[in-house]
Design a protein. Structure first.
Length: 225
């Protein structure tokens, strides 16, 4: 890519870092993993990025053939950014990095997560063992965005869109849900506090939030301590 620094290293890992190693690049790709987004959508999902940096990262990813610009059909007719078919192949990498980083003894708890990062974390942390014998269809309404989660035969499918005849509909913001799933917050307490609303089978939701155990933390070395 013209003008970008090179590692002058023939390894594929080095080239990958040349493509997605700039600050924010991989997070921009993460936010496009579940579908096209407008520039303003990306700014909202990544509040720490400046407009200029976001513009540059999108340009870099376009030049790398990872992202393309498109227009939504009428009546929307707005410009959006989307991952190319090759760009979509980044999902396993994003998930593997997320699972690896979850073992960090230094990873802080309680930081905000975007809607897309929460959904991708569920795809990453889902435990087939924890889901044995459980089947349900649950709709998640996170900040007004709908996702349908289907659990059956030890498998999870979770994609954008409303669920047809769900067993339950969960309405909340991403932070409230991640606090229950990953932060140890009791679901019943979150329900009583109004942090989460459930319409339908509460027992199914109570089982659902247990399906995403975090991996064991890596040991902290003496130097790190």
């Amino acid at each position: 890519m013209p003008g970008k620094r090179s590692y002058d290293d023939g390894c594929g890992t080095a080239h990958a870092l040349e493509l997605i190693g700039e600050r924010w690049a991989l997070l921009v790709a993460r936010e496009l993993m579940l579908g096209p987004r407008r520039f303003t959508d990306l700014r909202h999902a990544l509040p720490g990025i400046s407009p200029n940096v976001l513009t540059q990262r999108l340009q870099d990813l376009e030049e790398a053939s990872i992202v393309v610009r498109a227009a939504l059909p009428p009546p929307a007719s707005v410009k959006v950014y989307a991952l190319t078919e090759w760009g979509m192949e980044l999902e396993p990498l994003i998930r593997d990095i997320g699972r690896w980083a979850a073992r960090s003894p230094r990873k802080p708890m309680g930081l905000p997560m975007s809607v897309n990062s929460v959904i991708l974390s569920f795809r990453t942390m889902f435990s087939a063992d924890a889901a044995q014998g459980f089947a349900a269809k649950i709709e998640l309404l996170l900040n007004g965005q709908a996702f349908r989660a289907t659990i059956a035969k030890g498998r999870l499918t979770i994609v954008p869109g409303e669920a047809e005849d769900p067993d339950a509909v969960v309405t909340c913001d991403p932070s409230a849900l991640t606090y229950v799933v990953y932060g140890g917050r009791d679901l019943s307490d979150a329900l009583r506090a109004g942090e989460i609303a459930v319409d339908g089978d509460k027992a199914a939701v109570a089982r659902f939030v247990t399906l995403f155990p975090l991996p064991e933390k890596a040991p902290m070395t003496a130097a790190a301590g």
